[in-house]
Design a binder for this molecule. Structure first.
Ligand code: TRP
Length: 457
């Protein structure tokens, strides 16, 4: 029976939507630049381990909690352990969604602006000139109205998809955009690999020099593995709540993680083959794709088209993730407050757009207003990815092992799963390792914030 909350239309529909949430700016913008700054392959190696050891258990926990209760995070914890404080995890999730979308949507706006620039100019004027590209980027992001305009467009699309619901909004658009992302990225990879000298980029990304493994890159890899699979704020609880009992959660989780990782690696290859072929700086930092790539594309045969496709992929990836954040907020008001989907989405999509507007302005006109020494944009980014998400994820793992109990977790995993029941002992050990690792990152961040130096160097 179809519930009034909505449901995915098929097993694949859920997997595509959850992959859409996972694949985002984290994969195409963040992973390549942090890998570039942290020794390439060495970083990639640790990142892959973290995804498997920490990512999978927490992802499955979120799926299980969502499907079991058929509710978004606050209601889900209230249903599993009524009248306890565990629903705090749900509130933290709604808050995290709010905070993250308030800066993510701003970058979403940039991706549309850059798609537009790529299509209209092909970045001809920036060819081989990083300074000019940097100036264009800075002038744009620190100006007042221009980024607000693109931000508004991005947020309007996000709101519009969510208003259209699970099947007709999230699933429908993920099914359109995800295949396009995969196909275009593969074309970009082929283009990159066939550039003279492009293979050097692949080597940079994949042949690990363990001497380059710094403790700091390990911490970064852990934090990133969280962000990239959308963990810790109940996105995957919410998406799981629209599932039927026949879904194989373990298999779905493995596929989502596989797709997410594959896309990050494809994006890395597409970018670094071009960067190395044209002798640009792989450690370009956060501006790598906005200030380095535009200087490279015009020098590549067909560069105008490739640049346009690249930024369009970035935009689609950002959009399929942004909708998953707004859905957490909408689902809370629908499930807990009985609001209609459109009312919840329009009101809170609107509020988030306004807060996002301030985070955009904090890069320019309002940059002297700081919180803990950071502008508002950096503050939202820092507080969510360093504290809110890891704390949410840690509490979810602790909840499963110590409060709800692994047997119940495994019962739910076994629904729709045809293989053997995993041993509770083994699963417990994995969860404890995952929780310990996350706990360590959080403590390290706190120590670093207070003393200015990290525990592990
Ligand atoms: N995973 C997305 C990315 O890589 C971002 C994202 C979407 C996210 N939903 C989330 C991150 C929930 C944390 C929590 O860009």
């Amino acid at each position: 029976m179809e519930s009034s909350r909505g449901k995915w239309s098929s097993k694949a529909g859920f997997i595509i939507a959850a992959s859409g949430s996972a694949v985002g700016l984290g994969n195409i913008w963040k992973y390549p630049y942090i890998a570039g700054e942290n020794g390439g392959a060495a970083f990639t190696f640790v990142y892959l381990i973290c995804i498997a050891v920490v990512g999978l258990p927490i992802l499955l926990s979120e799926f299980v909690i969502g499907r079991k209760t058929q509710l978004s995070p606050v209601g889900a914890f209230e249903k599993l352990v009524p009248k306890t404080k565990w629903k705090f995890i749900g509130y933290l999730g709604v808050a995290s969604a709010f905070v993250i979308l308030s800066f993510y949507g701003v970058i979403g706006g940039w991706t549309i602006k850059y798609t537009y620039l790529a299509i209209s100019t092909g970045f001809e004027n920036l060819s081989g000139n990083p300074e000019a590209a940097g100036e264009v980027f800075n002038a744009f992001t620190t100006s007042t109205w221009n980024p607000l305009f693109w931000h508004l467009i991005f947020m309007s699309l996000t709101v519009w998809i969510i208003v259209n619901g699970i099947k007709g909004g999230i699933e429908k658009w993920s099914k359109i955009m995800m295949p396009m992302i995969v196909i275009i990225l593969i074309l970009l990879v082929v283009r990159g690999l066939t550039l003279p000298g492009g293979m050097k980029g692949v080597e940079f990304l994949f042949s690990p020099k363990f001497s380059e493994l710094t403790p700091q890159s390990i911490v970064l890899a852990l934090g990133h593995s969280f962000f990239t699979i959308s963990l810790g704020m109940g996105t995957m609880i919410t998406y799981g709540s629209y599932l039927g009992r026949e879904q194989n959660l373990l298999k779905s989780g493995v596929i989502v993680i596989g797709v997410d990782t594959a896309i990050a690696l494809l994006a890395g290859i597409a970018i670094f083959t071009a960067v190395f072929a044209l002798g640009a700086d792989p450690a370009g930092g956060p501006g790598l794709i906005f200030t380095v790539l535009p200087t490279i594309f015009p020098k590549i045969p067909g560069g105008h088209m490739w640049a346009s496709l690249f930024f369009f992929v970035l935009f689609m990836a950002a959009l399929t993730s942004a909708i998953s954040m707004l859905e957490v907020v909408t689902a809370y008001f629908v499930d807990q407050k009985g609001w209609s989907r459109s009312k919840a989405t329009l009101i809170f999509g609107g509020v988030i757009t306004v807060v996002g507007g301030f985070s955009s302005l904090s890069l320019g006109g309002f940059s002297d207003i700081t919180i803990f020494g950071m502008n508002f944009f950096a503050f939202l980014d820092g507080v969510s990815s360093k504290y809110m998400l890891p704390i949410g994820g840690l509490l979810i793992a602790v909840f499963i092992v110590y409060r709800w109990g692994l047997p119940k977790f495994l019962d739910e995993i076994m629904e729709g799963h045809t293989g053997h029941r995993p041993s509770a002992m083994v699963v417990k050990v994995i969860f404890i390792i995952a929780a310990a690792v996350v706990f360590f990152i959080i403590v390290n961040e706190i120590v670093q914030a207070i003393t200015g130096s990290s525990i592990i160097g």
